[in-house]
Design a protein around this ligand. Structure first.
Ligand code: F1P
Length: 346
């Protein structure tokens, strides 16, 4: 199993510096800490990786905005592994964060989409995502590909460190193979999501809530809406709502709640109750067959069920579709949003 995963990761290796994980396997196994640096959507993929690596491999992870990390005075040692994530491989802030970490002796592992890009060349090792060119400026399939590579990486680390049993590893491998079909099913929700978009196309604010693995997905849903439809949107961990954002809820506030069946499901149900009591308009993303939340939410989007570790790969899809349809209905150019560059090189 490990060999097949290695094979899958090393498919992403090239003749450049992106040499796959094998040469650095021991470094990963013995890592004291992993620092993830990235921007935008890639940073959200990094947050998912924090959950994955801490859960499966039990290595402490810090996720940093490269744009902030490069300008402060972070503590970095040669025992650290820095994972740099970038779709374009040209993001100036991520490149600068890599250079800083390198100057302190850290090992740099890249997760990039563009072969031979500046970031790929600056890393010691890495894996290409091979998601194909992102036609639009806003990252979508790159997120899925990044999370997939990072999942495999966490699984390899977990197996090598003995924190992930062979049985659990095998189960995850089998489940990973079901993900493409589940993503296809989620994409088939297109017409239903367009109807929801019709309802909310004139909204001026949106809140996105999620817990656990679905928290980074909430952030990513909000970012996609901002990027392509120019609607103000914020993502929060669902439990943070009571620490501030709850004040924003009224009958005009659409709330997208990612509430798939996982270890925090019951808590998310009680968050939904709190929103409902304040007359917020709830759009809930739930696991197929859920009977509880459909009775509470105004709109329900059912996605195929999968375990929480892999759920971001499925639950992000309806949020991307929602942003897309709202943007199109508002007459926005989804491929070339205003003010946004494909590669932020300054
Ligand atoms: C990072 C990023 C994208 C965003 C936009 C601007 O790019 O913030 O996530 O959608 O394209 O750049 P990258 O480092 O992943 O190429």
């Amino acid at each position: 199993i490990l060999d097949s995963m290695r094979g899958r990761l090393e498919l992403g290796a090239s003749h450049l510096n992106m040499g796959g994980i094998r040469a650095y396997e021991q470094k990963f196994v013995n890592a004291q800490r992993i620092i993830i640096v990235a921007c935008g959507t890639s940073w959200h993929a990094g947050l998912v990786a924090e959950y994955l690596i801490e859960d499966l491999a039990r290595i402490p992870v810090e996720v940093e905005y490269a744009s902030e990390f490069r300008y402060r005075n972070p503590i970095i040692t040669e025992r650290d592994i820095v994972i740099a994530i970038s779709q374009s491989g040209e993001t100036a802030d991520t490149l600068a964060a890599i250079e800083l970490a390198k100057s302190k002796g850290a090992t740099i592992f890249g997760v990039c989409n563009v072969v031979g890009s500046s970031i790929a060349r600056a890393t010691d090792a890495g894996a290409y995502t091979h998601a194909g060119p992102e036609i639009g400026v806003a990252s979508t399939k790159a997120f899925t590909a990044q999370v997939t590579v990072l999942t495999l990486l966490a699984m390899i680390m977990g197996q090598k460190r003995g924190t992930l049993t062979d049985t659990k590893l095998r189960e995850l491998m089998v489940e990973l193979d079901t993900i493409p079909a589940k993503v296809t099913k989620a994409l088939e929700l297109d017409a239903q999501i367009r109807e929801i978009a019709e309802e909310f196309k004139d909204a001026t604010n949106f809140l996105y809530l999620g817990r656990g693995y679905n928290f980074p997905v909430a952030l990513e849903g909000a970012l996609k809406l901002k990027e392509i439809s120019y609607i103000h949107a914020e993502g929060y961990p669902a439990a943070e709502m009571k620490h501030g954002p709850i004040a924003l809820i009224d009958e005009n506030m659409p709330m997208v709640v990612i509430a798939t069946r996982d270890s925090s499901y019951e808590k998310v149900v009680s968050n939904i109750q709190e929103v409902k009591a304040r007359k917020g308009r709830i759009i809930a993303v739930v696991s197929e067959g859920d009977k509880v939340i459909p009775a509470m939410a105004e709109f329900v989007i059912e996605v195929p069920h999968t375990s929480e570790v892999l759920m971001p790969l499925v639950s992000v899809v309806p949020l991307q579709l929602l942003s897309y349809h709202i943007a199109v209905l508002r007459g926005c150019n989804v491929d070339q949003p205003r003010n946004l560059a494909k590669s932020v090189t300054v």
